[in-house]
Write a protein that binds this ligand. Structure first.
Ligand code: PXG
Length: 306
């Protein structure tokens, strides 16, 4: 049995009883958007950033959410509270809704709102030991085809990249754009470290990752940052490579296509940023309310929310 609880359009269900119609255009056409949010120690990390990004994704595909931002935020917190979990993962989804066959979005009369609250585990102890990556042969679609800032329900491009990694026995897939610039990993942003300088591509061909933003904040005053485009050779010549994502958190990448990066072990800049990231996510965030309206972690939160 799955852990957690699921909100669907106004009601909460045990995970195995949460259902949407097979005529939902989210299923039929991938017509919808989603977010991936983590909560740690009874606090939701960067909740408002995720809510804003979700509404921006919806706006970019012309989907009017069935709920206001404020209500959505409350639904997310209430779903966490009902889950009884203090650490876990949230997957809010807006789908275009149920409609007749045919891809015209006007066929769907009412969008749906789903919030899954459960757990996620991606790389296990490879956070410490490091991941292997391949370079996917499928490229990220250009911005003129699909804005990478739409976190849409259509992840086939990313899944094909991940499948290539699986077939080659690697943990992850690095993805290039159609011009051969490094874009991102299959579901994470990418960083390269040279000396003390931290490089990451601008968000032209990749998602505006919230973990990416957090890492850039953590670099301030500590490591110089350069946001610029680079090709694969720059990655292979890096001293360190790491990926960032809500699911993947901060994880070292120690080989690319079998070539060791730097020493072939997780590097000092990566490990320092990883530690600071874990410290931050465990000590800040929006407190999950308790049934009596208070918050389980209110006291700690009040003293340490950034
Ligand atoms: N690029 C892509 C394509 C993503 O899907 C990121 C970068 C990192 O963004 P954040 O904001 O999370 O730092 C993502 C996020 C999953 C899962 O179910 C995937 C993501 C996030 C959470 C869970 O595998 N991808």
């Amino acid at each position: 049995m799955r852990e957690g609880i699921v909100y669907v359009d106004g009601k909460w269900y045990p995970p195995e009883r949460a259902k949407l119609s097979v005529f939902d255009h989210g299923l039929l056409y991938g017509d919808g958007v989603f977010e991936g949010i983590r909560f740690y120690n009874g606090r939701v990390f960067k909740l408002d950033r995720h809510v804003d990004r979700m509404f921006e994704s919806a706006r970019l595909i012309g989907l009017t959410p069935p709920i206001t931002k404020e209500q959505f935020r409350e639904v997310i917190l209430e779903t966490c509270r009902r889950s009884g979990l203090s650490d876990g993962y949230l997957r809010p989804i807006f789908t275009r809704g149920e409609g007749d066959l045919g891809l015209d979005p006007r066929k769907s009369k009412a969008p749906s709102c789903v919030v899954i609250c459960s757990t996620i585990s991606l790389y296990g102890d490879k956070h410490h030991t490091g991941l292997s990556a391949i370079v996917a042969s499928v490229r990220r679609p250009p911005r003129v085809s699909l804005n990478p800032n739409v976190k849409s329900l259509n992840y086939l491009n990313n899944i094909l990249a991940k499948s290539e990694a699986n077939a080659k026995g690697a943990d992850e897939a690095l993805m290039l754009d159609v011009e051969g610039n490094v874009a991102e990993m299959s579901a994470d942003n990418i960083f390269v470290v040279k000396g003390h300088t931290v490089y990451t591509p601008p968000t032209v061909n990749c998602l505006v990752g919230i973990t990416r933003e957090t890492i850039l904040e953590l670099c301030e005053g500590r490591f110089p940052v350069r946001t610029e485009m680079f090709k694969l050779d720059f990655v292979l010549q890096g001293d360190e490579v790491f990926l960032t994502g809500t699911g993947g958190e901060v994880a070292p990448v120690i080989t690319v296509e079998g070539h060791p990066i730097g020493s072939g072990k997780p590097g000092p800049v990566t490990l320092e940023l990883q530690q600071r990231y874990f410290d931050l996510v465990r000590s800040t965030g929006t407190p999950i309310p308790t049934a009596n309206g208070g918050s389980a972690t209110e006291k700690v939160a009040a003293s340490s929310v950034a």
